[in-house]
Design a protein around this ligand. Structure first.
Ligand code: PEP
Ligand code: MG
Length: 585
């Protein structure tokens, strides 16, 4: 694929992968957190006070980070405690602080001052030839990196301002949450996979995004005017007037289309031949519930509670969690809300995972982490139970791969109920406990799990990742990672059959549920509940309103017999064209 070309007009057109639909037009803000620090970088005298302030704030955030690390380290044992202690010692050295402040006062930037000071000490320690002192040099390097990372985050918040388009080698889910506060218009990255949690967040927030744009940070300068087309994956740098007008018109058309979809809000979600479906919403925070309800959601099918951890940067107390869950449950009432227990690990929040993992997606993630840290799991379960008081709350387990995980989780939930009951706390004693089906093991054993869980929900993002053995965040294997792979379709079919046999409800809450071209297939496979990001809800409803159930069943049969993912797409694409024509008529 050609990914970069200059047009006759001189404008530069880059091509990437569309990751979150919509069009953004604005000034670029290029962020390269991996750039080496220039230890000679100077600032003008009027910025010295500001640099001192930035250093103080960065130091505070690193101190907090280390205090939290220590809270977690005490559970890990003496070695972890002594490692964090030595970091704390370095970070709290008043002489080092004084010296950095002097560098800043002399006109060096905060980053340059930190680098100079720490590097000077490190050189002395390395030269000592003493093994113990050399290991202290590594502590210095760690603390230096943390302070510089904190400074760069703050630099982003200071410098980015509002209304810009972020250009970065890659971004993290935490960055995404931060972008929301700076009202980022859009973003583009050099790497990443479209079903990574970053892209899911971008779609939830309605921020247009293009990923996999090779050498974007080299080709784009901060301040350049950019067009990011999250529908096609095209990025135009310094567009000419005609291109600008063309994209402004596209934005207006997209808006008009959204307004037209708004007419569907109060229509019941059923196929042309009367098969009723439930459309639910995936929600990240309380405010999303209102968006979901306005778009006609019949409830909340998935709350990714780990986003609360990412926002706070720590594990919240039981009281904080109770308030958050209760707020969401009350906004959803009388409809139902499904809280998924913290899916910590992999590309999400990683605090409490004892060491760096070589294969984090295959590591201490989801329910495995919760059972490894029953103290955190109990706190969360108690908070969800407290929020269940109105009877509209369900709890769901993430990343289950063995029956023991379900049994141990249920035993823990029982203990929490007994504990709360002994304290006279009111809760819904029959709160349903369900599980995600997102590992091939869970899919293959869905008939068994359906007998132990109150409901099932299919996480097609991870199901595809694990079934196809492709990292969902890795652009190098993005062509293999495709949830429309016949293997995944067959698994969804198996799961639906198993749930039916045991009379249990089954929904799809992975990104496939919101993928417009998958709607008819999912209906045909027998799915009756779809949970999608609120922004996509009406588009999915539109598809359902135009679908005929019997045709969907025939389509599903055809797809179940496909040999390749290409065959699946060929069939679905021909359907998209005819269905879109219907709709716009
Ligand atoms: C999934 O895996 O499909 C899912 C819904 O969970 P997450 O995207 O949060 O991993
Ligand atoms: Mg998942």
């Amino acid at each position: 694929m050609q990914t970069r070309h200059h047009e006759a007009s001189g404008r530069l057109v880059l091509k990437g992968v569309p990751a979150s639909s919509g069009i953004a037009i604005g000034k670029a803000f290029v962020l390269d957190a991996d750039l080496p620090v220039d230890a000679t970088e100077r600032v003008t005298p009027d910025r010295i006070a500001n640099e001192l302030q930035r250093f103080q704030s960065a130091l505070e955030s690193v101190t907090t980070e280390l205090t939290q690390a220590m809270e977690l380290a005490v559970h890990e044992g003496a070695t972890a405690v002594s490692i964090v202690e030595s970091f704390q010692l370095v970070a709290s050295d008043a002489l080092v602080h004084q010296s950095i402040a002097q560098h800043i006062a002399s006109g060096l930037s905060a980053e340059a001052s930190v680098a100079r000071e720490f590097d000077a000490h490190k050189t002395v320690l390395y030269r000592s030839g003493d093994a113990f002192l050399r290991s202290r040099a590594q502590d210095l390097e760690f603390v230096k990196e943390r302070i510089i990372a904190a400074l760069r985050k703050r630099m982003l918040s200071h410098a980015q301002g509002t209304d810009s388009i972020v250009v970065a080698p890659h971004v993290t889910p935490q960055d995404m949450l931060f972008f929301k506060t700076t009202q980022t218009l859009g973003y583009l990255t050099e790497v990443g996979g479209i079903n990574s949690h970053v892209c899911i967040l971008a779609r939830d927030m309605g921020i247009p995004a293009v990923i996999g744009v090779a050498q974007a940070t080299e080709n784009i300068c901060t301040g350049s005017l950019l067009i990011v087309d999250g529908f096609s994956g095209v990025v135009v740098v310094d567009p000419d007037e005609a291109t600008l007008v063309e994209y402004q018109q596209k934005m207006t058309q997209a808006e008009a289309y959204r307004e037209k979809l708004g007419e569907l809000v109060h229509k019941p979600t059923e196929t042309t031949d009367g098969v009723r479906l439930a459309l639910l919403a995936n929600v990240d925070e309380p405010d999303n519930v209102d968006d979901a309800m306005m778009a006609g959601a019949e409830g909340v099918g998935l709350v990714r509670t780990e986003y609360l951890l990412m926002r706070l940067g720590r594990y919240p107390t039981e009281a904080e969690q109770t308030a958050w869950y209760l707020d969401i449950a009350q906004r959803t009432y009388p409809s139902q809300v499904t809280f998924r227990a913290f899916d910590v690990g992999s590309d999400k929040f990683r605090q409490g995972i004892p060491h760096v993992e070589d294969n984090p997606a295959l590591g201490l993630r989801g329910v495995r982490f919760l059972l490894y840290r029953p103290d955190l799991f109990q706190q969360q379960v108690c908070a969800v139970l407290r929020a269940s008081i109105h009877g509209n709350v369900r709890l769901m387990l993430p990343m289950v791969s063995t029956l023991e995980e379900v049994e141990r989780s249920k035993a823990l939930i029982e203990e929490c109920k007994q504990h709360l009951a002994s304290q006279g706390v009111e809760f819904d004693a029959s709160m349903p406990v369900g599980m995600m089906i997102e590992t091939p093991a869970a899919a293959m054993m869905a008939d068994l799990f359906a007998q132990h869980a109150d409901f099932l929900s299919i996480g097609t993002n991870d199901l595809a990742q694990y079934a196809l053995a492709t990292d969902r965040t890795n652009d190098l294997v993005a062509d293999i990672f495709d949830p429309m792979h016949p293997a995944v379709i067959r698994m969804v079919h198996m799961i639906v059959q198993a749930a039916r046999t045991h009379n249990k409800s089954v929904s799809v809450c992975g990104e496939m549920a919101g993928h417009a071209s998958a709607t008819e297939m999912l209906v045909g496979l027998g799915i009756t509940e779809l949970s999608v990001t609120p922004r996509l809800l009406l588009e999915v409803k539109r598809r359902i309103l135009h679908a005929n159930y019997n045709d969907c069943v025939l389509l599903a049969e055809q797809l179940l017999n496909c040999a390749t993912v290409k065959d699946v797409h060929r069939i679905l694409d021909s359907l998209s064209v005819s269905s879109k024509n219907d709709l716009l008529a």
